[in-house]
Design a protein around this ligand. Structure first.
Ligand code: C2E
Ligand code: CA
Ligand code: CA
Ligand code: CA
Length: 281
């Protein structure tokens, strides 16, 4: 390319090769990482837009790699989905998230925290005993089903919709709630909503980014919020970074939000101060 001398090109090529080697290496280490429980969770607050009260937290996994330090999901979730390690990772995340919310609830009976939200990969959801895994994880943690929100993606429903819908019904019958994550990035979107047994819609950050600068985008999000409301779905707007976006969404009638404007993903020890119940007089 122009501006890239011969040395630059060679450096680019060797960087590329070494990053591919690194990716391959990471991929082969994933199963061992599951075995050794090298993962850790951060939690990002989900707030009520009207008053910024923290009502939930989303569990976000990180890999404590023995030599490379803390790795974000960007570095390994895709590979883990490809080689199947995501099933073990996801099951660990589910159990750990439930253990954590049970501890927070026990530590502060007046906590504003109602639930923990857990990402479930399509592969994990499709394992034959996923519903049983959830039931067992709840029991082992001593957690109530209402404390759990499972985040699934639209792509899950495109294949084998009947079995997926059956399992979603079973989970909801238990009292577990289900959210469609990254809503707006898939294809099915609006037409699927009606048939999907879900409780919550998470509007993807890419939808929120332009609501202040694009009248069309604003109108689109407003319409989705209104539609969701009429279908009895709660809406969580993701990736709110500015006060203006917060106020616009609040005005549209969107009830919940998440984003750096309110809080970044935090370590577990930082959550109780944000969710402390009002002291009894
Ligand atoms: P996601 O489910 O859409 O999660 C939200 C991501 O956006 C998180 O990134 C969060 O840190 C980031 N985020 C939140 N608010 C803002 C904001 O205001 N601005 C910007 N720029 N970013 C924001 P993270 O933790 O790196 O996770 C990335 C993705 O990895 C997640 O996207 C999710 O798809 C996946 N992931 C994370 N944890 C798990 C897990 O336990 N299981 C599975 N299957 N996937 C996971
Ligand atoms: Ca999510
Ligand atoms: Ca997203
Ligand atoms: Ca509205």
């Amino acid at each position: 390319a122009k501006g890239m001398g011969k040395g630059g090109w060679q450096r680019y090529q060797s960087d590329l090769a070494s990053s591919m080697v690194q990716r391959l290496e990471l991929r082969t280490q994933l199963y061992e990482a599951v075995e050794d429980e090298q993962f850790i969770l951060q939690f990002q607050p989900i707030v009520e837009l009207a008053d910024q009260r923290v009502t939930g937290v989303e569990a976000l996994v990180r890999w404590q790699h023995p030599t490379r330090g803390l790795l974000s999901p960007f570095h390994f979730v895709e590979a883990a989905e490809e080689n199947g390690a995501i099933v073990g990772i996801g099951n660990w995340v589910l159990r750990e998230a439930l253990r954590q919310i049970a501890a927070w609830k026990a530590g502060d009976p007046g906590t504003t925290l109602r639930y923990v939200s857990v990402n479930v990969s399509p592969l994990q959801f499709r394992t034959s005993d996923f519903v049983a895994q959830v039931r067992e994880a709840l029991e082992d943690a001593g957690a109530r089903p209402e404390w759990l929100l499972l985040e699934i993606t639209e792509s899950l429903v495109l294949k084998d919709a009947e079995k997926v819908i059956r399992d979603l019904r079973a989970l909801r019958a238990m009292g577990v709630r289900v959210a469609i994550d990254d809503f707006g990035t898939g294809y099915s979107s609006l037409s699927y909503l009606r048939q999907m047994p879900v409780d919550v819609l998470k509007l993807d950050k890419s939808f929120i980014d332009d609501i202040l600068t694009s009248r069309q985008q604003h109108a689109l999000v407003d319409a989705i919020v209104t539609l969701a409301e009429n279908l009895d779905l709660a809406v969580v707007a993701e990736g709110i970074e500015e006060a203006g976006q917060w106020h616009a969404l609040d005005t549209m009638g969107c009830r919940y939000g998440q984003g750096y404007h309110f809080a970044k993903p935090l370590w577990p020890a930082d959550i109780p101060a944000l969710t402390a119940g009002l002291a009894e007089p």
